[in-house]
Design a protein around this ligand. Structure first.
Ligand SMILES: [Ca+2]
Length: 419
């Protein structure tokens, strides 16, 4: 982790930043019967075409009607599924947005499914109780996008307007990936080559406590960016890479190091020269070994401006130790969401404290920052958490950190300082 030290400002190095971007496990193809979480069936039909039956017709560019395969992407899992008799039907996990890329007979990229021209995928994480199948009807080409023939929102999936807007913003990085899934530029969709290259974004916002109540978060103080690389059959990768950002990014042929490497993957961190400014939109390139990756980065401001924020309230015992931490999901319009599972795939509670507090052995987050005495990953619907260790004195606490990984994989961290 030495490389991390070079680019994390000292004021946050001691706490939350060590948890940023380290959630990235190796991406992998997972057979659906290995998916332990709840699944539903997702199905639909590709559009019909009549041009193929016209003798002498000029062969037009391929469209969604030519799809023979669908790539299903859910977080760091993906599967390649066949289109059969003009239709597809397969099980999908319901903890994240499921993205669908349509693929032609010679592995041509034909586009991706977008719901309401806003959400880059199907928001099955917001499926209604008791619903076991989402039927998208016959897909419709809509410019560069492919729209469901039946809007799943209102037909088995429930989202309100604030949630749809938030999901549209949270999907900014996923959308770019779906628009150009040949990041290494060799003309073949990377996932069909067993390669996954993902830009990763994290944002950290600070606030403070007024008494026991966390105040609204300030603007982002630290943006982090990294590129996660997975290639089938590759166990080890070069430990460094070279990054060039768009004009104005201040990054030109910069040597960067691996922040973390797992089983079959590597994460290259991209140190931003001005961490409080969001990564510059435009074309970023990262070269490692023989490969050069091209990422078109959109404006990610919405990941901070529109993404929901977490605001904690601490509840103490009479002896001033922490009994529990409650929180609300604050939407951009000031309302609170009562359905956080539609926005996030988990929520994390961390407590940074000095002596006499000691590390709680029940903590279940493997990546521990040095001063953390408590770190727990919880289901996203959790909004009140009774600490597994009831011996942390509030007077020893310097900050409470709530964070979540959104349903597209970006990480959002909220650090409430006690002093
Ligand atoms: Ca490729």
């Amino acid at each position: 982790m030495a490389s991390l030290e070079h680019w994390v400002p000292a004021f946050v190095r001691r706490s939350a930043l060590l948890s940023l971007l380290v959630l990235l496990a190796a991406c992998k193809r997972v057979p659906s019967d290995d998916m332990n979480q709840r699944t539903i069936t997702l199905r639909g039909r590709i559009p019909q075409t009549d041009t193929a039956s016209v003798p002498g017709a000029i062969i037009a560019a391929l469209g969604p009607a030519d799809a023979v395969k669908v790539i299903m992407i859910s977080g760091n899992q993906y599967e390649i599924r066949a289109v059969s008799n003009g239709a597809f039907s397969f099980p999908v996990p319901t903890d994240r947005v499921v993205s669908l890329v349509l693929v032609g007979p010679a592995d041509e990229y034909l586009g991706f499914v977008s719901v309401r021209d806003a959400i880059p995928g199907v928001p099955v994480q917001a499926v209604d109780d008791g619903v076991s199948t989402i039927d998208l009807g016959t897909l419709v080409a809509s410019g560069a996008l492919i729209a469901p023939g039946v809007d799943p929102v209102g037909n088995g999936i429930t989202l309100d307007d604030a949630e749809i807007e938030a999901l549209s913003e949270l999907g900014v990085v996923a959308r770019a990936f779906l628009e150009d899934p040949d990041v290494d530029g060799d003309g073949v969709i990377d996932l069909l080559q067993g390669r996954e290259f993902r830009l990763q974004i994290a944002a950290l916002r600070n606030s403070s406590f007024a008494g026991l109540v966390g105040q609204p978060a300030a603007p982002v103080s630290v943006w982090q960016m990294g590129v996660n690389v997975v290639e089938d059959g590759v166990d080890t990768y070069p430990s460094s890479a070279t990054v060039t950002g768009p004009a104005g990014s201040g990054i030109d042929a910069l040597m960067v190091n691996s922040m973390a490497a797992g089983f079959g993957n590597i994460l290259y961190g991209i140190p931003l020269p001005t961490p409080e400014v969001r990564p510059t939109p435009g074309m970023w390139t990262l070269t490692y070994g023989e490969r050069t990756l091209l990422f078109q980065l959109a404006d990610v401001s919405g990941l901070a401006d529109i993404a929901p924020a977490l605001e904690p309230t601490v509840v103490l015992h009479d002896d001033q130790t922490i009994e529990r931490i409650d929180w609300v999901w604050r939407m951009a319009d000031g309302s609170t969401s009562t359905a956080p599972a539609s926005l996030a795939s988990d929520v994390r509670v961390q407590v940074v404290a000095g002596a006499p507090a000691v590390r709680c052995p029940e903590s279940n987050l493997t990546q521990f920052a040095p001063d953390n005495v408590y770190a727990m990953v919880l289901p996203p619907e959790t909004v009140s958490h009774e600490l597994a260790c009831q011996d942390i004195p509030w007077s020893a606490v310097s900050s409470v950190e709530l964070s979540y990984v959104d349903v597209f994989g970006s990480q959002h961290v909220f650090v409430a300082q006690r002093f």
